[in-house]
Design a protein around this ligand. Structure first.
Ligand code: IDP
Ligand code: MG
Length: 149
């Protein structure tokens, strides 16, 4: 089982898309193990996006993710990283396939609605950055055997 951190970014919350976007991950079959509605501090934003420090869009990116409340979600499942990234769609919404979140709801890279971890290792690191251990729930979903073989 892999774990991935999903963030519904401030544009998703402001546009009232949170419910629809959560539904897409649920219907994909990924199991929610943590979820909360928070304001991201600048410090946490800088930590989360440290890999992009120095890039031309870095300042704008930190401003974007701290510009309003977000929903952070920890998901678990087989191939959770790739499954979630496919559900999210390509980084640049103009290149994202229709049917993906970005392909259906977004148009610009700086307002691309959702974050998803890019590797199993980063999934664990990013979840630990946003959640305390007691905020993560280990549970058996009654439908698990119909979703995971
Ligand atoms: P990802 O979110 O698809 O993993 P990354 O390359 O990790 O994409 O970039 C992190 C975030 O930085 C993107 O989701 C997007 O919000 C922002 N970003 C990436 N490239 C650009 C850019 O060229 N201009 C503005 N924002 C960008
Ligand atoms: Mg990324």
């Amino acid at each position: 089982m892999e774990r991935t951190l999903i963030i519904l970014k401030p544009d998703a919350v402001q546009r009232g898309l949170s419910g629809q976007l959560i539904a897409r991950f649920e219907q994909r079959g990924l199991r929610i193990i943590g979820m909360k509605f928070i304001a991201v501090s600048r410090e946490l934003a800088q930590k989360h996006y440290a890999i992009h420090e120095g890039k031309s869009f870095y300042e704008g990116l930190v401003n974007y993710i701290t510009s309003g409340p977000v929903v952070v979600i920890a998901l678990e499942g087989t191939n959770a990283i790739q499954a979630a990234r496919n559900t999210i769609g390509a980084t640049r919404p103009n290149e994202a396939a229709p049917g993906s979140i970005r392909g259906d709801f977004a148009i610009e890279v700086g307002r691309n609605l959702v974050h998803g971890s890019d590797s199993p290792e980063n999934g664990l690191i990013e979840i630990a950055n946003f959640f305390n251990e007691p905020e993560l729930v280990s549970w058996a979903r009654s439908t698990d055997s119909w979703i995971f073989e």
